[in-house]
Design a protein around this ligand. Sequence first.
Ligand SMILES: C[S@@+](CC[C@H](N)C(=O)[O-])C[C@H]1O[C@@H](n2cnc3c(N)ncnc32)[C@H](O)[C@@H]1O
Length: 253
Amino acid sequence: MPDPKPVHTDRRRAQAFGAVASDYDRHRPKYPAALIARITSGRNLHVLDVGAGTGISSAQLTDAGARVLAIEPDDRMADICVSKGIAVERSLFEEWDPAGRRYDAVVFGQSFHWVQPGPALAKIAQLLVEGGRLVLMWNRVFPVRPSHADLAEVYVDYPTAAPSTPIDPAAEAAVIAEIESHGFAVERVEFDEDLHYTSTEWLGMVSTHSNHLILEASQRDQLMTRLAAFIGPAGVAARNSALALFCTKDGAG
Ligand SMILES: C[S@@+](CC[C@H](N)C(=O)[O-])C[C@H]1O[C@@H](n2cnc3c(N)ncnc32)[C@H](O)[C@@H]1O
């Protein structure tokens, strides 16, 4: 259940993650190994990870051989990232000063929809070395058993937290069109993996989604109790259909 919208202007939602930084780090899924390998190609690339959060993707990229600089505006998220030995500069991307530095890859994991795409894309174009790539990626974990429709029954009383449809083609097409309008060629790749969550793990993950974080605490507790009862001991069989957009300037690279 990814955050669906291509752009969020709601800063309250963007800043909600820090309050649950350690839960976020514990419960959010890693990116599929094949996706990380596709970014680094096993090479010692210089990667900028924007909106790096607690460093989930930064750590995976580092383990795959990249030299990573993380940009993260929220101190509570950034502190966890630093604790993993990752270099972090604490800033909104819009305000971050690259000071002439350039990168083989600029990566947004689950974070591109938090920046204004137009100004961000103009800035990214200046940051990439020739042949460098912008990579936007989203884990898109959706339930298979119980299904998305089954779980939607529980959310009837909590409409603002209701999970979006697993794949929103209109939102995706809008992001791709915006990127192409800035002179990037876009390659769209999906990386699928089957996952299983215990009820506790599933609740842990969804409780870190921004639309759940901004629920009033008593409502959130009530929703979690009802979800736990609905899911039961069998847990949730889920599929991660991670989406990655590999974007090259003028089709180079
Ligand atoms: C959903 S989290 C993704 C974190 C991490 N990339 C991951 O894959 O787990 C979004 C992150 O973007 C950060 N963020 C929000 N607005 C931002 C901005 N304008 N510039 C840079 N980061 C931003 C938030 O603080 C948050 O840590």
